[in-house]
Ligand binder design. Structure first.
Ligand code: ADP
Ligand code: MG
Length: 672
């Protein structure tokens, strides 16, 4: 079934999302709108009404008042249940109606039956599966399933945990004395045990994924001393920063090993990740293998392609470009070059992970702005190199490519521990020399003229500017219109400047042309949608204007701001906003003003949006954590991690039993 419940052991860990208090009958006179209430009364009136639409209407009363009941869908049997004069018990959410309180679609029972003594659990369910059925199934499972503990008494004592069976029983059938608040806020020891178990399972799965990876085979890429790499190093356009050099050495070391690298390269916007990728690519190519580099947008892929070709083609490397917008013929050629191995370096977008693309001998894949890709896409990519997936699983034949993921979005510690434990992390914690921090200004929309004046001054002194158009949610057409309008207005307001426009609807050639012109300094002001959000690198651009900054997310603003401050010129980012500002928008703008540190921004972003949005996995439908919360349960994460290591080292069968209970079918997600 759709909830993924098949066996008793699945049902027992299907825990309530909330509880209802059905232990009391209250007076109708005491009901207030918004409250869920349970009352008993006598039916005064019952009829099918036809206005404003067909509905069943009933009125009941007790000593304190009257309550209207309405059903828009109903069965004839319900009318019988509500025959005038009958006493009924009804339960539902109270609304304020025309003539006093009413309930829409309340639950109706016979009055006077015994009241439950304890809180009633409410389970997550899907359409068409009634709570009562689910409850019965769970109760049956509680009788049948194995509730034995996966942890020893010693462990329970050490971590102050209650037994599993007890925790499960309390949550499915809270005893009368348990407080609703403890259950809802998940502060009850029963919840603590469940949260711990969940986190432990996750830590175990991550540790096992890592162990499994160390057993997989990859081609050792030992070309780091080759002529290609040495020539490339000698021809670098700049000296690497110490941080870049350190990270290059880490990656180079990983690549030489016979199991797949799985490394995340974190470096704030502008810290210089591309060159690290290029050096890794050179090492792989020099070792006789292909390299695939994937970027989330066509503009970024194009930019990478140009840069890498500029660096590596003079040294004899054959590069190919592959995106969704290639003509059928060009695409066919690219795919052939990739399949024959003639293309040593392949740069592209999502198009790289399509089924039709087969590499002759893929040795390394590099994912830029990895957080922009969904979990599913990341998985697909890591499977590309597995010529025979089954063989690869069993570790006998298949070779897995090394993988380098790059991101400017740093992952806060708890999050990294919970979701990326099988990832080695390298950090570029230093910006190239000569950069001065971007000055951020918050400017109300009303001061637009001043902003325009600023743009003029900047352009007159030989610099360039980006002008980012407001986001229009949910309407691509409107978004486009806004960009076109903004461009027209700016072109008029800045008559002696060359104002360009780039947006997602342009043809790829047009995008390339305008980006090339901007890069070459032939466009002074580039009006853009968020297509330029990630990765775009034009060092001479020193001014960034973001209109309606209050509509953008924090990570997005940080990325956009990162488009400037990439050269030695002093850069400014103007966040224009329209009042009144919502609380959240105000917080975001303040954060942008207060800090330019990507880690701090990420921390605040996580606080505001929660981990699912933050990691970009919400759309994938994979739930991250069902019970634990990274904000409030950080301590449990630490404890779970240390116990996981201990169990795997000394009590593998316990670890296995625990995973069986909690993680069936989810391991794959953790590989991405
Ligand atoms: P990001 O980490 O945001 O991907 P890029 O790789 O695009 O950053 O680099 C940003 C800019 O800094 C580029 O113009 C690049 O050429 C330049 N750059 C990178 N490393 C250095 C360095 N060590 N010294 C000087 N400039 C550098
Ligand atoms: Mg980049």
């Amino acid at each position: 079934m759709r909830l993924g419940l098949n066996e008793p052991r699945d049902f027992i860990v299907h825990l309530p999302i909330r509880y209802e208090d059905e232990t009391q009958i209250v007076a109708i006179g005491s009901l207030h709108p918004g409250q869920t209430g349970q009352v008993e009364g006598e039916v005064l009136h019952c009829e099918v009404q036809f206005r404003p639409r067909r509905q069943l209407f009933a009125l009941i009363q007790d000593d304190t008042g009257q309550l209207a009941l309405r059903w828009l869908n109903f069965y004839p049997s319900q009318q019988k249940q509500l025959a005038v004069g009958k006493r009924v018990r009804v339960r539902g959410e109270v609304r304020g109606g025309f003539a006093g309180p009413e309930m829409v679609h309340p639950r109706v029972m016979v009055a006077g039956s015994q009241l439950p003594e304890a809180l009633t659990p409410v389970y997550p369910t899907t359409d068409g599966l009634p709570q009562a059925t689910l409850r019965r199934a769970i109760d049956k499972a509680l009788d049948e399933a194995d509730l034995s503990d996966t942890l020893t008494a010693g462990v329970l004592e050490q971590y102050e945990l209650i037994p599993f069976a007890q925790a499960i029983r309390v949550l499915h059938h809270p005893p009368p004395d348990v407080s609703l608040e403890d259950l809802i806020e998940r502060g009850h020891p029963a919840w603590r045990r469940i949260k711990f178990d969940e986190l432990l399972a996750q830590q175990l799965a991550l540790a096992m994924a890592r162990a499994a990876r160390l057993k997989q085979r990859a081609r050792p890429l030992t070309g780091e001393k080759s002529r290609l790499v040495e020539q490339f190093q000698a021809s670098l356009p700049f000296t690497l920063t110490a941080a870049q050099a350190r990270v290059v050495a880490e990656v180079s070391h990983d690549l030489r090993r016979p199991f797949p690298m799985h490394r995340l390269l974190q470096g704030d916007v502008g810290s210089g990740k591309t060159i690290v990728a290029a050096l890794a690519a050179a090492q792989a190519i020099a070792s006789g293998f292909q390299v695939g580099i994937m970027a989330p947008t066509e503009i970024l892929a194009e930019q990478h392609f140009q840069k890498l070709v500029g660096w590596l083609e003079p040294l004899g490397v054959q590069a190919t470009w592959l995106t969704g917008s290639l003509s059928a013929k060009a695409r066919k050629m690219a795919i052939e070059r990739i399949a024959s191995g003639q293309a040593q370096l392949v740069v592209g977008t999502q198009a790289l992970i399509q089924d039709k693309v087969d590499f002759a001998n893929l040795g390394l894949i590099i994912l830029d702005e990895q957080h922009r890709f969904g979990v599913g896409q990341r998985l697909q990519l890591s499977r590309k190199g597995e010529a025979e997936p089954d063989a690869a699983q069993s570790g006998s034949q298949g070779f897995i490519p090394h993988q380098l993921n790059m991101s400017a979005t740093p992952i806060p510690r708890t999050l990294a521990m919970t979701f990326f434990a099988d990832l080695d992390v390298s950090v570029i914690d230093e910006l190239p020399p000569g950069r001065s921090p971007v000055l951020t200004k918050l400017v109300a929309e009303a001061r637009r003229e001043e902003v325009l004046a600023h743009v003029m001054t900047e352009v007159r002194s030989g610099r360039q500017a980006y002008w980012v158009c407001p986001l229009v949610e949910d309407s691509e057409a409107l978004q486009l219109q806004t960009a076109v309008d903004t461009h027209a207005r700016l072109a008029q307001a800045l008559p002696d400047m060359r104002v360009g426009l780039i947006h997602g609807r342009l043809k790829p050639v047009e995008k390339t042309q305008i980006m090339d012109a901007f890069r070459a300094g032939q466009v002074d002001v580039l009006v853009a949608t968020t297509v330029i959000e990630v990765g775009v690198d034009v060092p001479n651009a020193s001014l960034m204007i973001i209109e309606h900054a209050e509509r953008f997310g924090l990570a997005q603003l940080h990325q956009l701001r990162g488009r400037v401050g990439r050269g030695s010129a002093k850069s400014v980012c103007v966040l224009m906003y329209q009042t009144p500002l919502s609380q959240v928008a105000r917080q975001r703008l303040r954060a942008m003003y207060e800090t330019s540190d990507g880690f701090e921004i990420a921390r605040r972003d996580l606080q505001q949006r929660g981990p699912g949005e933050f990691l970009g996995v919400r759309q994938s439908g994979v739930e991250l954590l069902r019970f634990a919360s990274l904000e409030t349960d950080a301590l449990l994460v630490d404890q779970a991690q240390s116990l996981a290591r201990d169990l795997l080292a000394h009590f593998p069968e316990q670890a296995h039993a625990h995973l069986q209970r909690w993680m069936r079918g989810k391991q794959d997600f953790l590989r991405s």
